[in-house]
Design a protein around this ligand. Structure first.
Ligand SMILES: NC(=O)c1ccc[n+]([C@@H]2O[C@H](COP(=O)([O-])OP(=O)(O)OC[C@H]3O[C@@H](n4cnc5c(N)ncnc54)[C@H](O)[C@@H]3O)[C@@H](O)[C@H]2O)c1
Ligand SMILES: O=C(O)C(=O)C[C@@H](O)[C@H](O)[C@H](O)COP(=O)(O)O
Ligand SMILES: [Zn+2]
Length: 362
């Protein structure tokens, strides 16, 4: 199956399916044969699990560069190391990169591609559930101690090859992390879809077919919003639902010490509280989401390891903050996102409520 993405900068397809890597090589043969070098950027863990599959199904000669696992690769050091590798291997403007991994590898590789010799083509080969979000839409970045994804570019891939084969090796923690962005896509687009999550007894109970259907729906939501607003001037801010507080949690706890998805799930709780207060979301809805999040094993204890002052300092540096004003993605109704200016004291009230729930239960 293909989902087309058409932005002002680019048009490309997201290819979805089981064992599609080989077919992709056939489909893009003419294009890829023109490149002087193909370089796969991946992380240690993904390569140790999937090297054999890739060697068997990627039908062109390629070089591989291995970066540290997960968030540890979204650093200036890794960025520099990959660029150095490309230069040492005499890569040129005619070379092509492949990001094989989760969102961290994808964000790093995309940023390298955007800047190597002022831009070379790259393909996303996502291997996590979370990357149904990160591989689509062209946000690329590395982190800075002052904030998440602070150094980056909007740079669209040539195509996304989402081969479900890779998902089989994901541990439960990463399924949980990816599911948070799926739930985000549901909350900002479709209240009936959200109800499906309320019925889940556990992460383990999710059937593969259901998960793949949700991934596809999530990609469609993301692609639609990116098409409307590629550079995040308006609608794209909706995709940041849960991220103002979530990114602050991630930066305070320490990059890689909490999964991105867990931080986003935590961040969606204050965003939902604000949506009850300022929008028409039914009073009590946030409690329901908090309960299901706990049932699915999201760990809210991380909040207690962060002071509100630390979180506030990061929220003030959020990319959506302008002139000291927090622009929060909220919901007018479930499935109907909006962006509102929110005062820090309103966020603090939600933070206090959340801490109370974590310490005392609802
Ligand atoms: N660009 C965007 O639009 C966007 C959207 C959402 C998230 N993100 C970014 O994506 C990152 C999080 O994504 P993620 O969780 O996919 O990233 P990740 O690359 O950190 O992967 C998470 C972990 O799973 C491992 N892993 C990857 N594939 C695996 C597989 N098939 N089997 C077993 N283990 C596997 C990795 O080695 C890593 O340890 C964050 O940095 C976040 O900021 C970006
Ligand atoms: O694609 C987008 O736009 C998003 O906001 C998707 C988010 O899930 C993702 O985490 C993104 O990287 C956050 O972007 P940022 O601009 O807040 O760093
Ligand atoms: Zn995210």
């Amino acid at each position: 199956m293909n989902i087309p993405v058409k932005t002002t900068d680019a048009s490309y397809d997201v290819h979805l399916g089981e064992n599609i890597l080989h077919d992709f090589c056939g489909q893009y043969k003419a294009l890829l044969e023109k490149a002087d070098q193909l370089v796969i950027i991946t992380d240690e863990h993904v390569w140790s699990l999937h090297e054999q599959y890739v060697r068997e199904h990627f039908s062109f000669p390629f070089k591989v560069y291995i970066v540290p696992n997960g968030e540890a690769c979204k650093t200036f050091d890794s960025y520099f190391d990959v660029q150095t590798f490309l230069l040492q291997e005499s890569c040129s403007r005619n070379s092509v990169l492949f990001a094989l991994g989760g969102g961290a590898v994808g964000d790093l590789t995309g940023f390298v591609a955007a800047t190597f010799m002022r831009g070379i083509p790259f393909y996303q080969i996502p291997t996590t559930i979370l990357a149904h979000d990160s591989a689509v839409g062209g946000k690329t970045a590395i982190n800075h101690p002052n904030g998440k994804n602070m150094i980056g570019a909007f740079y669209q891939p040539q195509a996304v090859i989402y081969d479900f084969h890779f998902l089989a090796t994901l541990p439960e923690t990463e399924v949980r992390s990816g599911l948070a962005e799926v739930i985000k896509h549901a909350l900002i687009s479709d209240s009936k879809w959200v109800n499906e999550f309320f019925e889940l007894p556990s992460i383990k109970s999710i059937e593969k077919e259901t998960l793949l259907k949700w991934i596809e729906k999530g990609i469609r939501v993301k692609a639609h919003i990116v098409e409307l607003d590629e550079k995040e001037q308006s609608y794209r801010k909706y995709l940041n639902f849960g991220h103002t507080y979530g990114h602050a949690i991630e930066a305070t706890v320490g990059y890689g010490k909490i999964t991105h998805g867990e931080a986003v799930m935590i961040g969606m709780i204050p965003a939902l509280m604000l949506s009850e207060k300022n929008g028409n979301v039914a009073v009590g809805y946030t409690e329901k989401v908090y309960e299901i999040a706990n049932r699915l094993g999201y760990n809210f204890q991380h909040v207690l390891n962060c002071s509100f002052e630390q979180l506030a300092a990061f929220m003030l540096k959020d990319k959506k903050t302008t002139n000291g004003e927090l622009h929060f993605a909220l919901l007018q109704e479930i499935g109907e996102p909006i962006v509102q200016v929110i005062s820090m004291s309103e966020v603090q009230a939600c933070d206090e409520q959340l801490r109370k729930w974590i310490k005392e239960g609802i």
